[in-house]
Every structure is written in C-alpha cells, then in structure tokens.
Design a protein around this ligand. Structure first.
Ligand code: IPD
Ligand code: CA
Ligand code: CA
Length: 264
C-alpha cells in the first residue's frame, strides 16, 4: 500500500501543530554536539509521525532524524525531519518546519514541508508539480549569478571540519546579489522552489534534511543535485545544489573551483 499526497500533507500539518504549540515555551534541551540540539518538541513531533506511519504502513522503511533508521521494505522509504531548524526554534526564531518525503522503488514520489508559523504548506508529487498552499510553484530563471539572491547553510562541525563552507560563502558573496543563511535546509529548498530565492547550496546534509525539498525544487522546474553535481543525494552525504538549470550550471562551476583550491 502507498500513501497519497493528501495523507502526508495532513501528517505535516498535525506535526506542525505540535511545533506551533510548543513555540516560545521553556524547552528541555539535550546536546548532540556543541551547536546541535534536540528538544522535547523534536521528539514529540517525531513520535506522532512515526506512530502514524508505522500504524498505516508497518512494512515501510523510515529514516528519521532522532531515531535513525527503521528498516523495512527497501521499496517504500520515508525521510522525516520532525523539526528542521531546531536551533532557530530553541532561540525563539520563527523559522522552522516539518519535512516529510516518501520514496517508492528508489524514486522520490511525495513531499510535504509545513511551516506552522506562516501557515505555509509546500507540497508536491513526482510528475504532477509542486504547490504552496495549493498554488503552483516555479523556480526563478535569473539571467546570471550576478542577479541572484542565494541561500546556504553550514554544518554543525564548522569548528573542526575543513570543508566548513567559509570559502564558498565568501566567493558567492562576491559573485551574487547576496547570500542568506536561514537555518532550515528544508525551507531553504522550498524557498528556491517558490521562487523567493534563486539558488541554494550546502556542503553536507542528511537525507531527512533535503529529500522533500529536493523533490519540490525539481517539480518546480529546478535542478537539485549533490553540491559537486552528484546524482546521489540521499544515500551519501553529498550536500545539495539547487537552482534553475542555468543558474545551477553557473553555481556548480564556482563550487568546483573553490573545492579544488581547498588545501587537502
Ligand atoms: C539543520 C538545519 C540547518 C542546516 C543543518 C541542519 P536541524 O537541521 O537544516 O539549516 O544548516 O546542516 O542539520 O538540526 O535543525 O534539523
Ligand atoms: Ca534538519
Ligand atoms: Ca531536525
């Protein structure tokens, strides 16, 4: 049995309601790393999502941020981030979301990302399109990188990882109209799909951060690959590069140039 788009949209809204209800409250915070937090709200949202999916689709596999992998059928795979933007959330910054993607036979089929603070539901289905609150989304087609507004994110291990994105950030800041850093990879991708931002890159991400947003960018007419152009974005941590086809090519050349100049 397979889920429908309406089903995962409903799940995203219900989990988003848990995030909205807990927003601005005092949180219990556990540290997975110095800047990598998890709150009781991440866990409550995840418990709702896993409970529902396991009840409806007990044979499916699920990759979810706080519980890791629940292995089942390789044909049916879910990628879930119960709260993307936890650092924003814990600081009372209203920029976070729930991200849910469903893959069938190795292909991403359904995606729903819900931002409960703006009441925005980004959703899409392979071959059918992508929508923001029911209205079709389309990526921008800027004439060049110079006329583009970009967004990026940094890994939690910036202090120790030489691939910390600082060189890329500097280069793109010089070549574009500006670079934003919002703190939610799933929303970064949705904003590219919705044409609010022109392009997004990040060097390292997990499948649950990007699966839903990548499908939405593709369904909105854009390209989403690994940061160095790799086709594989879910089973290896290749990061992401997402934009319209023309801008994607231009950004890819910049990322490759910066990467090859990095001391090894
Ligand atoms: C993080 C956010 C952030 C990105 C990090 C992610 P989390 O997810 O998406 O924007 O830069 O790499 O890990 O921890 O808030 O779910
Ligand atoms: Ca995340
Ligand atoms: Ca998360």
């Amino acid at each position: 049995m397979q889920p429908t788009l309406a089903y995962i949209e409903d799940l995203a809204r219900r989990a988003g309601e848990i995030l909205r209800a807990g927003y601005g409250q005092q949180h219990h915070i556990d540290y997975k790393g110095e800047a990598d937090l998890v709150t009781e709200v991440d866990r409550a949202s995840e418990a709702l999502l896993l409970g529902e999916i396991m009840r409806q689709f007990p044979e499916h596999s699920i990759f979810s941020e706080e519980s890791g992998e629940r292995s089942g059928s390789a044909e049916h795979v879910w990628y879930i981030d119960p709260l993307d933007g936890t650092l924003n959330y814990a600081h009372g910054m209203p920029l976070f979301c729930v991200s849910i993607a469903y893959e069938h036979g190795g292909q991403l089929e359904l995606a729903a990302v819900f931002d409960p603070m703006s009441n925005e539901l980004f959703s899409g289905e392979r071959g059918q399109g992508a929508w923001l609150n029911g209205k079709p989304m389309q990526v921008t087609n800027p004439p060049s990188l110079r006329e583009s507004l970009l967004v990026t994110g940094f890994p939690y291990d910036v202090r120790t990882n030489p691939r910390n994105n600082f060189a890329e950030f500097q280069r793109f800041s010089m070549l574009s109209q500006g670079v934003r850093r919002l703190g939610s990879a799933a929303l970064d991708l949705c904003y590219v799909a919705a044409g609010r931002l022109d392009g997004y890159w990040q060097l390292k991400l997990s499948a649950w951060d990007l699966a839903a947003g990548a499908l939405l960018v593709r369904e909105a007419g854009g390209v989403a690959t690994g940061v160095l152009g790799q086709a594989e974005i879910l089973r290896q941590q290749n990061g992401v590069l997402a934009a319209s086809p023309g801008l994607h090519a231009e950004m890819l050349a910049v990322v490759k140039e910066v990467d090859s100049a990095r001391p090894s």
